[in-house]
Design a protein around this ligand. Sequence first.
Ligand SMILES: *Cc1c(COP(=O)(O)O)cnc(C)c1O
Length: 482
Amino acid sequence: MEYQSTRGGSTGVSASEAIVRGLAPDGGLYVPMSFPQADLEAWRSLPYPELAAKVVGCFLTDYDPAFLQKAAEDTYGAAFGGKAGHVEQVREGLYALELWHGPTCAFKDYALQLMPKLLVQGKKNLHRTEMTRILVATSGDTGKAALAGYAGLEGIQIAVFYPNAGTSEIQRLQMATQQGNNVAVFAVNGNFDDAQTGVKRVFADADVAAQLETRGIRLSSANSINWGRLVPQIVYYFYTYFRLAETGAMAWGQPVDFCVPTGNFGDILAGYYAKRMGLPVGRLVCASNENNVLTDFIRTGTYDARRAFHKTASPSMDILISSNLERLLYHVSGSAEKVAGWMKQLAAEGCYTVDADTLAAVQASFGCGWADDAQGAAEIRNRFEQDHYLCDTHTAVAFQVAESCRSAAPMVVLSTASPFKFPRDVLRALGGTVSESDFDAMDALTAKTGCRAPAALANLRTMPVRFTETIAPGEIRAAALR
Ligand SMILES: *Cc1c(COP(=O)(O)O)cnc(C)c1O
């Protein structure tokens, strides 16, 4: 399988190169040059790790299948507590795909537990021996998931920058207690934008690159535009379909709809790849919070990022530039030239409009909708009171949107974080009294619902804090050079 840039600049790139490089030299994203076809009959009874090795193997054809098999077993076995791809029935015809049984309790573990291994092996495949230093600016979930994925890996260092007072107590402690001798964590005095701008500046700084090169170090990022982060997410769409068919939720070959709480469009795009590989996916419903730029785009064909940014109770979806949409636009329009034009317009004017054929092709596969914080909170309460199902603030947005997009097919909502990652918001939605402490809220949530906090979150209370350094935004450069 070979890859090319969505903007046409490079073709015939290997998977190893796409993963090690991250972004194509022309600023585009790497996409596969064809869609491999699934062998549904052969795959339907495979355990999760084996299925992952098969699906990922279809795309990473320059990786040794034995390596992929071992990597998938190491990733999706014990570390997910035997619950990789776990599906719960919520009510008749409505299901939750619980993607938060991994080590950091958010769906990003599916990608960030496997991709680091793919990066290390990709460097070996290309005979590259430099040290890779990963810089991450995070508003919460990505930082911890990346730390947990890269900790202890050979040839890798990782430094994470998060906004001081910009994350929840749980999220801060998840990062500050990270083990491993190749990790560093910095609180930045400022908001997420300050941290992100500072890190972006370091990436663009030729002097930093030159200084690091003399020390044999090359910078890289862990963000969700890397192909290595996207491909592991395709697996759980297949796995879910097979589990639903097994229980008779629908006849074999009949479609299933998926509703996905969306930010950067990575998770839902993986469902589109599954569909193009031959999985009977009905509609892919894109659920947004008040930052509803994607809802407007899917309805009208105009992507307009010139709007107020809302800080919501589902912070991992607070995004106005949804990077992975570029990949979808390439696949449905088939034109790198068009994509390059739209992205140029987006950068210059903050807005672009696709042609009617492209919009029709998007609408043929995707539904959409959005919910604000109050609707999300009502959804958390309703799902718990009516179905005894407890969900987090991101998943609640998807449940709310799913209701207005139901077809005759079973509907699967992707549940992207443990409710105990956002215990104060979830407790408040259930009508509980909320104090300052996340840990008190966890206890109150357990008392109210009978659900237990995942050990990885409960244990934070007593884990030793390793990282306490706070820096100014202007000191990010020096920290990245250490
Ligand atoms: C990152 C994240 C999302 C959004 O996923 P995208 O791939 O960026 O669309 C949704 N929910 C949670 C909990 C997340 O951490």
